[in-house]
Design a protein around this ligand. Sequence first.
Ligand code: SF4
Ligand code: F3S
Length: 104
Amino acid sequence: TYVVTDPCIKCKFMDCVDVCPVDCFYEGENFLVIDPAVCIDCGICVPECPVDAIKPEDKDTDGKWLAINTQFTAVWPNITRKGTPPADSADFERETGKFEKYFS
Ligand code: SF4
Ligand code: F3S
């Protein structure tokens, strides 16, 4: 499976959503996640993300993002069409460690 990782947080550009053939993105206020149980590993969404936030789960060595994607898929609504990104998206493009900074 692929997972959404830290660069998505507070950027949420959503270009990934429109291309997914199995509609497995879920939307939170500040970022999206992928349902790992439904993703078919096609990789089509990867180059769509302007901040390179979508990674194969095997590059996420400690399983942190797999856990986060699984956890929020269960509680957030499914999204199948690109919406409007936050007005201040660009301000967070180069920031790292955003999950720890803003959500813990
Ligand atoms: Fe959807 Fe394919 Fe991306 Fe998985 S890799 S989330 S199936 S577009
Ligand atoms: Fe996030 Fe990139 Fe999609 S910023 S919403 S993973 S296009």
